[in-house]
Design a protein around this ligand. Structure first.
Ligand code: IYR
Length: 222
């Protein structure tokens, strides 16, 4: 059986080389301003901003174009409170025995602990789910491919889109995360991937004094 794969013309304008260089360097300078933030302002953010940002994330490439992601956006105060309480319960156990000494040592400079007030303060929580498989109309399982890679790339797009819009985020991974499936009533083919509080930073909010690796440490030119 011959499978059809229709194509469509893709002809973006060629950008002049000097402009390519300038755009690339400008984008790097913008991205270098991004910081992970834990001190959120409770100020609201219009939902249409979140919609555009999730739309940008959902343009990511994915294995066999399966788009194996769902972005659950929580603005409801009561649900945020329930998520905070469940996350803190897990995190308390993690910080008091589940995380090995080396992990706690690596986190010490970042200053995190089991308290997660940002889960209630941030105007939105975006819970990203990876879809392990799909169910077709007959209820038969259909595979998704490179799900971790695809959803990871989509989350990268999401973080870049948030930063571009002037918002801040935290890539939070309470562990284990299955409480999110229960609280949000997600189907069995979805697994929580990342919990991303989103909003505006508190004025003068503090972040760890971090340095990024130099280009020579991360780029090997053959
Ligand atoms: N999930 C915990 C611990 C944690 C782990 C890493 I790796 C971090 O970079 C930061 C925190 C928490 O969210 O506190």
């Amino acid at each position: 059986m011959a499978l059809s794969h229709p194509t469509t013309t893709y002809a973006p304008n060629r950008v002049p080389e000097q402009e390519v260089i300038e755009r690339a360097q400008k984008f790097y300078r913008q991205m270098d301003q991004r910081r992970t933030v834990r001190d959120f302002s409770p100020d609201p953010v219009p939902f249409e901003v979140i919609e555009a940002i999730v739309s940008a994330a959902s343009t990511a490439p994915s294995g066999a174009h399966k788009q194996p992601w769902t972005f659950c956006v929580i603005g409801n105060a009561d649900l945020k409170k329930q998520i905070r309480e469940a996350a803190e319960k897990e995190e308390y156990e993690s910080y008091h025995g589940r995380m090995p000494a080396e992990w706690l040592e690596d986190l010490a400079p970042i200053g995190t602990d089991w308290n997660k007030p940002f889960l209630e303060v941030a105007p939105y929580l975006i819970v990203v789910f990876k879809r392990a498989y799909e169910l077709d109309a007959a209820g038969t399982k259909r595979k998704n491919y490179y799900v971790e890679e695809s959803v990871g790339i989509a989350c990268g797009f999401l973080l870049a889109a948030l930063h571009n819009a002037g918002l801040v985020a935290l890539t939070h991974t309470p562990s284990p995360m299955n409480f999110l499936s229960t609280l949000l009533g997600r189907p069995a083919n979805e697994r929580p991937f990342l919990l991303i509080p989103v909003g505006l930073p508190l004025p003068q909010c503090q972040v760890p004094a971090l340095e990024r690796k130099a280009i020579e440490q991360v780029l090997v030119h053959y």
